[in-house]
Design a protein around this ligand. Structure first.
Ligand code: UT7
Length: 332
């Protein structure tokens, strides 16, 4: 086994067709389109219909990946799925995705890291390529946030959407500098009370009481999460750049988790990153948790902001708290 960089060689994304606009939300809770746009940057988000789960979004994302990059899925060695809205407690979403896609000789597992879910699944998947053990690994981020959103809570329901994305990781060729260069990541469980879903786990198994107390919904202290996200996204990105003797000016494309436009802009400002290098698509999708980074990669590719050879900086902060930044050179 020889060590190689892990490079992203294909990308596929999916959002369900149904759209919920800010105007729709105005009819559901005490809010306005202007407030949502100004405080978050979101205009609309996509939501699943009843019966559609995280594995379904993940499967569609992989199918779209294969459309843009024809390949035999039987060659997939490993499937890593970042999600906090698995179809069910178990089996894992990775098992459901494997079964639905009919991929036979593979294994896989889920990664729970909130809004850092895609970044953590990408980093985990990359390790298996870098070790030389595997040649083709799928890293997926998929979340159905509407399944745990209280649509009477105006501070929460305006932010979240549903969506998924998948990337294929393969070893870089000898001497090639495409692929994942470095990662920074950190968990700080002190943030556990700022963003969580208390019900349905082993501490508070589902009961009439947990339903009555709305324990199966997202509980969020928005301001705490906001402050932490701004601080930590800057810290993580600066750290990974410094370690590699780089500054924000060297980066061609900055793709951050899309939680709030103001968090992304504050981080970009601290990194002295010109706006044309910053990818923002939150206005169309809202916060899709583990879906945001691949969806933003797709937007960047479509808008010509992300091209072969570009130095890319990814960053995320999420429930846990979890955070991270990944530096990579785009390979296609
Ligand atoms: O990816 C991790 C997931 N979560 C996040 O990243 C969330 C991070 N936090 C945020 O994005 C922001 O904190 C929110 C968008 C959630 C809230 O924005 P904010 O600017 O921090 O608002 P706030 O919580 O400070 O509330 C300001 C006011 C309050 O009214 P009063 O107390 O000043 O009278 C809220 O009740 O805005 C009110 N408010 C709303 N008004 C209209 C809260 N939500 C709404 C709403 N429409 N939807």
């Amino acid at each position: 086994m020889s060590s190689r960089r892990a490079k992203i060689t294909a990308l596929g994304t999916y959002v369900p067709p149904r759209i919920l606009t800010n105007q729709d939300l105005e009819k559901m809770v005490d809010t306005t389109n202007e407030w949502i746009l100004e405080r978050t940057g979101i205009r609309e988000r996509h939501l699943v219909d009843k019966g559609v789960a995280a594995s379904d979004l993940a499967v569609e994302a992989v199918r779209n990946l294969v459309k843009s990059h024809p390949m035999d899925l039987q060659e997939i060695d490993l499937i890593v799925v970042g999600t906090v809205t698995p179809d069910m407690m178990y089996p894992s979403t990775a098992c459901l995705v494997q079964h639905k896609l009919g991929i036979h000789r593979t294994w896989g597992f889920d990664v729970s890291a909130g809004c850092s879910g895609f970044l953590y699944s990408l980093n985990t998947a990359a390790e298996f390529i870098e070790s030389g053990r595997y040649k083709k690994v799928l890293a997926i981020g998929a979340d159905v946030n509407s399944s745990m959103t209280d649509f009477t809570d105006r501070a929460v329901c305006i932010i979240f959407g549903d969506g998924a994305g998948a990337v294929l990781l393969e070893p870089a060729e000898e001497g090639e500098d495409y692929g994942i260069i470095d990662i920074e990541a950190q968990i700080e469980g002190v943030g556990g009370q700022s963003l969580y879903m208390p019900g349905g786990g082993s501490l508070h198994p589902a009961s009439h009481e947990t339903v009555d107390q709305k324990m199966h919904y997202i509980h969020q202290d928005g301001q705490q999460v906001f402050k932490y996200a701004v601080k930590k996204m800057s810290e993580m990105t600066e750290r990974v750049l410094q370690k590699n003797g780089l500054t924000g000016k060297d980066v061609d494309c900055f793709i951050a988790h899309q939680a709030n436009k103001r968090i992304i802009l504050a981080t970009a400002e601290r990194l002295k990153m010109p706006l044309e290098k910053v990818v923002i698509n939150i206005e169309r999708y809202g916060n899709t948790t583990a879906g945001t980074i691949p969806l933003a990669m797709q937007t960047a590719v479509d808008e010509g902001k992300l091209k072969k050879g570009n130095l890319v900086l990814l960053a995320a902060v999420g429930a846990g708290f979890t955070s991270g930044a990944t530096l990579l050179r785009w390979a296609f």
